[in-house]
Ligand binder design. Structure first.
Ligand SMILES: [Zn+2]
Length: 139
């Protein structure tokens, strides 16, 4: 069953494309126009462009495609709702990983001596308190 037209979009060739939306997972938008034919690309850039530029009919049943990205004013990703899909994961960008490389050893912090000054200060405080108490108890 064909999905209903939910809006129009001025396509890259300048024609008027019908905008439809798949009912499948991801709710991707796709277009169909006389000049370009059916365009069912689901890339985030494409989906974001359609989502932002298409004129959707008032009252059209519309779901935001899963991979629409919010862009900041300078065109970089805003990262509001980054939802990468399984099918569009790009192979590049993965950090190089060498499984043979040993993990860097974590050195334990040399802190044992650190508590001594506090301990001495505490003992001195208690000692002076007792001393003072003894002193005041003297007749
Ligand atoms: Zn077209």
């Amino acid at each position: 069953m064909a999905n209903e037209v939910i809006g129009h979009w001025r396509c890259d060739a300048g024609g008027q494309a019908d905008v439809m939306q798949t009912k499948r997972r991801g709710h991707h938008l796709y277009t169909n126009c006389a000049c370009c034919g059916l365009d069912q690309r689901t890339g985030a850039k494409r989906q974001t462009q359609l989502w932002n530029e298409a004129k959707f009919f008032a009252g059209a049943k519309l779901e935001k495609p899963s991979n629409v990205q919010y862009l900041t004013e300078d065109g970089t990703e805003g990262g509001d709702q980054p939802q990468p899909t399984q099918t569009e994961r790009e192979p590049e960008g993965e950090p190089d990983f060498d499984p043979g490389e040993p993990e860097p050893e974590t050195e334990p912090e040399p802190t044992p001596g650190r508590s001594w000054p506090r301990l001495i200060a505490g003992v001195t405080l208690i000692g002076s308190a007792i001393g003072g108490w003894v002193w005041t108890r003297k007749p």
